[in-house]
Design a protein around this ligand. Structure first.
Ligand code: ZN
Length: 438
């Protein structure tokens, strides 16, 4: 049996979560948006680990029904009270300014200011994350408790931002395999200081790509780091002719918390990546939630639009929107942990390993059961659980390897982990009882 696609053992190490966490911490402070210097700085940081190809797409470029927006950058922003104290300062948290806020420099009353303030009354100590990419506006985001403490006086309000013709920036990295068929791994790079959503996903994929260097694979792996929605749309518009090479895909976001794991299936629902991910999760010892496709979520919405209908699912720990930390200042570095990043990384690597190693075999002695005992392959008396599982695996593999069922088909039907089925198939092959279908 081909053992060269040994992805899982080649890329997983116990300390991987620490490395991912360290990189997530490094990029966490950057003020990202769908365009601008924050995205470039983030891609530059990724580029220190892998040979990332960076693309700049000019403002106004048409991408399907959308246009690349103007580029947004921000230098500083604050609200000062009458005594000149900065009561809100962008330098303290980049969540304080609504992303894509137009510049403002004005004195105004509390009542006027309140028209441009977002808070979370139910979570009064947290700063919300807000954006206004396509409607020209400005706003500050602050803890509700702070807003309630403000006196009725005149405030100096400054947002030193710019919204001008420029570029949308995204990065991609291709790990070349033996075939041109691709496995897409996609993360959004447009959120400012939010650790789980999605510094965790960006950092996980960066380290996965880095660890894969030099590992021989059957498939090619495309890592895409692009702003949410408009970035995925731009990539699809620029690579429409190549998109049908994508045979498997995962959008990776929010992979550092203790929740889930959650897998949202592709639009088709029964593609190989869906089956591989579901199988891996069901045998993970965790309590996964497996969801059918819905047209709301992250960039799987674009990959699974009907004109593409690509086999791309969404992998997360907690489901987006269902945790109190979601899109607030509580999604900080305390919310993610190396051990959860390790677990998420392992699940993704195992899914890739499964896809790499799934193959169809043929039983060389299909007429009745071959005598396994004579070959020392069967029936260690009173065997432990592992022995029982490999005995069952042997019987299932021999029975279903008629040249039509793959190892994943067998693993699903036998309800045994793919790793057990694969290991047992290798054993049977060494004893001449199994050959790979040509
Ligand atoms: Zn988000």
């Amino acid at each position: 049996m081909n053992v060269k696609w040994d992805l899982r053992d080649r890329v997983v190490t116990e300390d991987i979560g620490e490395a991912i966490f360290a990189f997530a911490s490094q990029i966490y402070p950057i003020c990202r948006s769908i365009t601008g210097q924050g995205v470039r700085q983030t891609l530059h940081a990724i580029g220190a680990h892998i040979d990332l190809k960076i693309h700049e797409v000019p403002t106004g470029t048409a991408v399907f029904d959308w246009f690349i927006p103007r580029e947004w950058n921000i230098r500083e922003a604050y609200i000062k009270n009458r005594s000149g104290e900065k009561i809100v300062d962008f330098a303290q948290s980049n969540l304080h300014v609504m992303s894509y806020s137009v510049p403002v420099r004005q004195h105004m009353s509390l009542a006027q200011l309140k028209k441009h303030v977002y808070t979370l009354p139910d979570q009064p100590d947290l700063i919300p994350y807000r954006t206004s990419y396509y409607a020209e506006n400005w706003a500050f985001c602050l803890p509700h408790r702070l807003l309630e403490s403000l006196r009725d006086e005149t405030y100096e309000v400054v947002i030193d931002s710019s919204l001008a013709d420029g570029y949308l920036t995204y990065g991609e990295y291709l790990h070349k395999g033996e075939t041109e068929e691709e496995f897409l791994l996609s993360a959004h790079v447009c959120h400012p200081s939010l650790a789980n959503d999605n510094c965790s996903g960006v950092a996980l994929l960066t380290h996965l790509a880095k660890r894969m260097a030099g590992v021989q694979t059957r498939y090619s792996y495309r890592f895409l780091f692009a702003p949410g929605t408009i970035g995925a749309i731009t990539w699809l518009a620029q690579n429409e002719h190549r998109s049908q090479r994508i045979k498997y895909g995962l959008v990776v976001s929010m992979v550092g918390d203790c929740g889930g794991p959650t897998y949202k299936k592709s639009r088709r629902g029964d593609t190989k990546v869906d089956r591989a991910m579901v199988h891996t999760l069901r045998h993970s010892g965790l309590a996964p939630s497996i969801l059918d496709f819905t047209p709301y979520g992250y960039d799987e919405r674009q990959y699974c639009s009907p004109g593409f209908d690509l086999p791309v699912g969404l992998f997360q720990r907690s489901k987006f929107g269902e945790i109190p930390q979601y899109h607030t200042s509580a999604d900080n570095l305390d919310f993610i942990h190396p051990k959860h990043l390790t677990a998420s990384y392992r699940l993704i690597a195992e899914t890739m390993d499964l896809v790499e190693n799934d193959a169809v075999y043929r039983n060389t002695m299909p007429k009745c059961e071959p005598q396994l005992g004579r070959r020392g392959l069967y029936g260690m008396v009173g065997g432990d659980k592992d022995t029982a599982a490999s005995n069952m695996a042997m019987l299932w593999i021999l029975n279903l390897s008629d040249g039509t069922h793959s190892l994943l088909d067998i693993a699903e039907r036998a309800d045994l982990p793919f790793a057990v089925i694969r290991r047992t198939a290798q054993l049977l092959q060494r004893h001449g009882l199994l050959i790979e279908r040509a």
